[in-house]
Ligand binder design. Structure first.
Ligand code: UDP
Ligand code: MG
Length: 310
């Protein structure tokens, strides 16, 4: 029987963690597989730390990693994967939006298909506001059109991965990991599992608008260089436009069909337009340089303060 780990990142989840644990524990008790739960406390500043320690002290099947500060959801999942020694791992959220009751069916599908990855696709997003549903839908579609790797639509990090995938994942050296993208990129046999994304049982989302934007732009920067090519095209189009205008005004001067002297409005518009094109393209370049800067520093993705039950 294959050994299973559940990888669950938590950031300020004091309101859900006990319920999350008890529901997950019930499911685990019924599994034939030997199972452990790995919680990653991503530098919570509420009671999450205390509660996780209590859980780990009472239950030897629970392992806890405490980060030295908040490093983010993706580094937390990365830490979970690198600490996992099992044959299979399931990454899920602490807020019960990914119901633990689905675990037996996910395992069954893995077994039946002999899949390396079972990625969970959100058929519906119960708990999310229209704005989040809309932006998420747009994001996955834009990502797919921009990136050379094709990703399954409407999937989060809720997925099962096997030893093979975990080992290959461990070889990836980049710091800014967009995990769902990287797992698609690794390849092997990946099958979908359709489910209903539930509402958060308590507490607030830890992905406010600014974090969502950062997450999305990071994914794009790491998986596509199309923005750079678009910047080049934009620059090229501006040059062609400028040349056509110059020709028009010169010929107009010679043949007398343009009154170029009274051109204040056109000059100002043009300065603003080309200024805008330049700033935009420099901005795009800057984004990629920012990513290079972070990667070149090669700092660790996270720092662990304490490990329990490992
Ligand atoms: N999370 C984390 N670190 C962060 C933000 C979130 O570990 O900096 C965890 C969080 O506790 C939850 C999961 O990542 O278990 C997903 O976050 P959340 O449910 O807030 O995001 P949403 O479902 O609203 O997109
Ligand atoms: Mg959530």
């Amino acid at each position: 029987m294959k050994k299973l780990s559940l990888i669950i990142p938590c950031y300020n989840e004091e309101e859900v963690i006990m319920e999350s644990y008890s529901r997950t524990r019930q499911v685990v008790a019924q599994l034939p597989n030997e199972t452990e739960i790995i919680y990653i406390n991503d530098g919570s500043c509420d009671k999450t730390r205390l509660l996780l320690n209590e859980i780990a002290d009472a239950d030897p099947q629970v392992k806890v990693i405490h980060f030295s500060r908040n490093f983010g959801h993706q580094p937390a999942v990365t830490a979970g994967i690198s600490h996992c020694r099992s044959d299979l791992a399931i990454v899920m959220d602490a807020d019960l939006q990914d119901p633990p009751e689905l675990i037996p069916r996910i395992l069954e599908l893995q077994e039946k298909e002999q899949a390396n990855v079972v990625y969970c696709v959100r058929k519906s997003r119960e708990g999310d506001q229209f704005f989040k549903r809309f932006t998420a839908k747009m994001f996955y579609r834009v990502m797919n059109s921009m990136s050379e790797v094709k990703f399954p639509l409407d999937t989060g990090d809720f997925r099962l991965i096997d030893r093979r995938i975990m080992d290959e994942f461990g070889r990836l050296k980049e710091r800014g990991k967009y995990i769902r993208g990287l797992i698609s990129w690794i390849g092997f046999k990946q099958v979908p599992f359709y489910y209903r994304h539930e509402a958060r049982v308590a507490g607030k989302t830890k992905y406010p608008f600014n974090k969502m934007i950062r997450f999305a732009s990071n994914a794009l920067l790491y998986f596509s260089n199309k923005p750079l090519r678009l910047a080049t095209s934009l620059g090229f189009a501006a040059v062609v436009f400028g040349l056509v205008l110059a020709a028009w005004f010169t010929l107009g001067k010679i043949y007398g069909f343009s009154n170029a002297e009274s051109g204040w409005t056109s000059i100002v518009s043009m300065i603003i337009f080309f200024g805008g094109v330049q700033l935009l393209t420099v901005g795009v370049l800057g984004q990629y340089i920012g990513v290079l800067f972070d990667e070149v520093k090669a700092r660790p993705e996270y720092i662990i303060e304490e490990e329990r039950n490992f």
